[in-house]
Design a protein around this ligand. Structure first.
Ligand code: DX5
Ligand code: ZN
Length: 220
């Protein structure tokens, strides 16, 4: 079974960010997920390119940058230069989404698109050759620790069918409320890339135990 586990540093102890990311890497994390929030598209404010640059210095893992910001096209260059491996933009923030995805690719970064729980899968139809990853939000973006929205399982299946129909090789990623209880159903619906914040960084037995619990749930 091939899958990606991407710990979201939103839930990490920021006083020990480098150490926490190292622990996640040692425990088998595949990518590091960075949630960029601007207080406009979403209520919360988090990290900028300087944090991506700092992470780039301490890990060789791919860095997955999730832009929850208005006018993301203005900031792509800064995140690319900071060392992002993947940049994910919200369909809801991009009036010229095709151009934005092309720009990301031209910068040598892997383009990804994300849709909110309330956005229909069919908006992806004309774009399936233009992104490497499609992220289906399984909570409304803005905060960690929210409850997984079960109706998104059907949406993952619809996305999988669309990718098959349009002969796209893109991978399906999920983000929000992913834990040992929800991850397997997402995999069965068609997702292969799993972002998890609380389930990893706030696991009572530590970061490695959090990652192991997710891996174990997938291998059941
Ligand atoms: C939510 C973020 C997520 C968040 C997930 O807007 O995009 O990446 O960190 O956190 P958990 O896994 O705690 O739901
Ligand atoms: Zn995210």
């Amino acid at each position: 079974m091939t899958y990606i586990i991407a710990p979201s540093v939103l839930a990490a102890d920021l006083n020990h960010l480098g150490d926490q990311v190292q622990q996640a890497a040692d425990a088998g994390a595949d990518w590091i997920h960075v949630d960029v929030m601007d207080g406009r598209f979403v209520p919360n404010i988090t990290f900028g390119p300087n944090v991506v640059k700092a992470l780039r210095k301490i890990t060789n893992l791919p860095i997955d940058v999730h832009l929850m910001i208005v006018e993301p096209e203005k900031h792509l260059r800064a995140f690319a230069d900071a060392g992002a491996t993947h940049i994910t933009v919200h369909y809801e923030t991009c009036p010229h989404i095709h151009r934005t995805l092309q720009s990301i690719r031209e910068m040598g970064v892997s383009p990804a698109i994300v849709i909110n729980p309330g956005t229909a899968v069919n908006v992806l139809h004309e774009l399936t050759q233009d992104f490497d990853t499609v992220l289906i939000m399984t909570v409304n973006p803005g905060f960690g620790g929210q409850v997984f929205i079960k109706t998104m399982l059907n949406k993952i299946q619809l996305t999988k069918a669309l990718l098959t129909e349009t002969k796209s090789e893109a991978k399906i990623q999920v983000d929000g409320g992913i834990d040992h209880l929800t991850i397997q159903a997402c995999y069965e619906a068609g997702a292969t890339n799993f972002i998890a914040g609380s389930a990893i960084f706030k696991h009572p037995d530590g970061i490695a135990a959090g990652i192991k619990a997710l891996q174990k749930a997938l291998h059941k």
